[in-house]
Design a binder for this molecule. Structure first.
Ligand SMILES: *Cc1c(COP(=O)(O)O)cnc(C)c1O
Length: 360
């Protein structure tokens, strides 16, 4: 069987060129006579891999020198705890809850301090992003937390909240490296890489240096302290070597495409194919509010659960896989990450058009 168009929300599609390059080095990476999976994380070859990866992501995102780039483990979910533990000095934080992921992060933060939900879109099943201009942040909050692209509901912040001097913390898991962002707008940017950047097992955290401090919650495990990871350059213990290596290949792939400006144009192009179809369709309807649609995750429904199920099963015969929606929205969800080719989105829309003709 050949490769399919994989619309999975994560772990998700990776660029075929990257998979081929990883395959080519599988038994003998760069003349070392071993796979990256087999080599010491203290070896010169791996030092070169992680240092090059850091340089390349710094280049791609134009990360200022006063930010650390940390390659971590534990998933984005571990950062739900690491962030309050490392950042709550006054014991206070403001959370905007715009979906399941920010809701989970908010719940976790309450274990460590006084986390306050300052806005929520749960009243409309998270189909929109709260109006950030209407929010009054607590002046003594240690940080303001957002999940910038909510993977399940397919929303993205149309603009960032203005938090003044309060650091903004953003979970960018499902939009990592999909478009340029201004790193200086944030205190912490982090994400699990398995959505848009690499294989599961790596979390990248970009942390402003004034937030890497010794005076953290005293119960913070050593391995979860940003100081530990920053001082050891992510090599305090064995890092996810293979995952970091593949992320590095993806960084090179992105640079080869022309960087994040070029990637954004490609992503806008792909998303427009799908949204334009949804906007004129009489059968399918996008569930996210048009003001805050994600470029990466596109949930849609027919309004009839049986017809949705039929669509998902027939799509498979057209090489379209993992398109079933999350149970909290139902219907379908197409995750059209960086590595999803335009031809894949076109194949999906062609099939949707055919399905609509057959069922109306
Ligand atoms: C998938 C996802 C997570 C959870 O990631 P894990 O690596 O499984 O912990 C958190 N936030 C967002 C936005 C996600 O899409």
């Amino acid at each position: 069987m050949g490769r399919v168009y994989n619309f999975s929300a994560g772990p998700a599609v990776l660029p075929e060129e990257v998979l081929r390059e990883a395959q080519a080095g599988m038994l003998d990476y760069n003349g070392t006579g071993m796979s990256v999976m087999e080599m010491s994380h203290r070896s010169a070859a791996f030092a070169d891999i992680i240092e090059t990866a850091e340089r390349d992501i710094r280049d791609l995102m134009q990360i200022p020198d006063n930010y650390h780039v940390l390659f971590l483990q534990g998933g984005a979910t571990q950062q739900f705890a690491a962030i309050p533990m490392n950042l709550m000095r006054n014991g206070k934080a403001d959370y905007i809850v715009s979906g399941s992921w920010s809701k989970k992060a908010f719940k976790e933060a309450k274990l460590y301090g006084d986390a306050r939900c300052v806005a929520s879109s749960e009243d409309e099943n998270f189909s929109y992003v709260p109006d950030v201009d209407a929010i009054e942040f607590s002046p003594d909050a240690d940080y303001v937390y957002i999940c910038q692209n909510e993977t399940i509901y397919g929303t993205k912040y149309p603009k960032l909240p203005d938090t003044g001097s309060i650091p903004l913390v953003s979970d960018v898991s499902s939009m990592f490296l999909s478009e340029p962002i201004d790193v200086a707008d944030y205190g912490v940017i982090y994400g699990g890489v398995q959505k848009n950047v690499g294989p599961a097992g790596v979390v990248i955290a970009i942390v402003r240096d004034d937030l890497v401090r010794e005076d953290v919650n005293p119960l913070t495990p050593t391995i979860m302290r940003y100081t530990t990871q920053a001082e050891a350059k992510s090599l305090s213990n064995t890092p996810p070597c293979w995952g970091i290596y593949v992320c590095g290949l993806v960084f090179k792939w992105l640079k080869g495409l022309g960087g994040l400006d070029a990637m954004k144009k490609i992503n806008e192009d792909k998303a427009a194919i799908l949204y334009d179809f949804l906007d004129q369709s009489k059968l399918f309807e996008g569930t996210a509010d048009a003001s805050c649609r994600s470029l990466m995750n596109v949930p849609f429904v027919t309004g009839d659960a049986d017809l949705d199920a039929l669509f998902v099963s027939e799509a498979k015969d057209h090489g379209i896989q993992s398109i079933k929606g999350h149970r909290s929205v139902g219907g379908m969800r197409a995750s059209i990450y960086n590595a999803m080719p335009k031809a894949g989105v076109q194949a999906l829309v062609d099939f949707m058009a055919q399905f609509e003709r057959d069922h109306s």
